[in-house]
Design a protein around this ligand. Sequence first.
Ligand code: PRP
Ligand code: ZN
Length: 302
Amino acid sequence: MSAPSGAMRERVRIAIQKSGRLAEPARALLSSCGLSWRESRDRLFCHGDSTPIDLLLVRDDDIPGLLAEGTCDLGIVGRNVLLERASGYGTGEVPPFREWRGLGFGACRLALAVPQAWSDSQAAALDGLRIATSYPALVSQWLKERGIAADVVTLSGSVEIAPRLGTADLICDIVSSGATLAANQLRATDIVLDSEAVLAGPVAPFGDARAEIAGLFLRRLDAVLGLRDSKLLMFQTDSANVPALMALLPDAERPTVMQVDGTDRVALQAVCRGTVTWQRLEDLKRAGADALLVLPVERMLA
Ligand code: PRP
Ligand code: ZN
């Protein structure tokens, strides 16, 4: 499992969070790309069954480092964690990893949060105050860009209690549902970064069999991500209504129109990329569509 980073390898290793907010959705996404694994007893390394892609189950914060040292080839991690580590590289140094794809889950914000009792003007005057965070590089950069002279206090966890303990005046932390802030009588003010789960990979291309494996995986991933909200829409109508109906379906891709035998009616089917709501179906019905059917799209290979 610990081949040196420079070695030629014939399998790809993807690191994902072992437990936490991103763990389950990351696994589900990989499964929908057709990946499956043999569960190992230690639950740290899972050998890929259906594809030569193995799983490494780790702490999310470790993923950028594992990518940098070549212990894993790809990783699913929060953009916040990835960018924090990338910002830690000095000027002139290029981080060896980068974001390959946004994955559309695990949405959260890295935000400043102040005690609820603070007034807006108090929350806007940060010079000379202490900000506790686990994201010192991102916060320092944000402060610098705005010319704010605040002190950054780096904490590795339990950032939200720092104001109550007196170790900082305010915090900058990840806000997802907002429950943690509310439980600690804090309120979010400025957003430093909008984040979500991303696929991270190396900056340099793979020089061995991993290039082809990663390419196959990316094609599947793009298909899965592209289909997320897609639906197959089917209905019948009089041929005369088709132009008006198509105007209601700007997101329909290459619709198929079939003549219904011996009538001037047509059956139409199209993949719609946007959400097909009840409202849209009712609009179509009013414009002359009937026998409307909306089906999930499981796979598509263009
Ligand atoms: C963040 C943050 C808070 C919590 C906020 O941790 O540090 O503890 O999530 O979520 P809420 O707004 O839904 O209450 P994260 O998920 O990044 O976990 P980690 O720091 O343990 O990796
Ligand atoms: Zn973490």
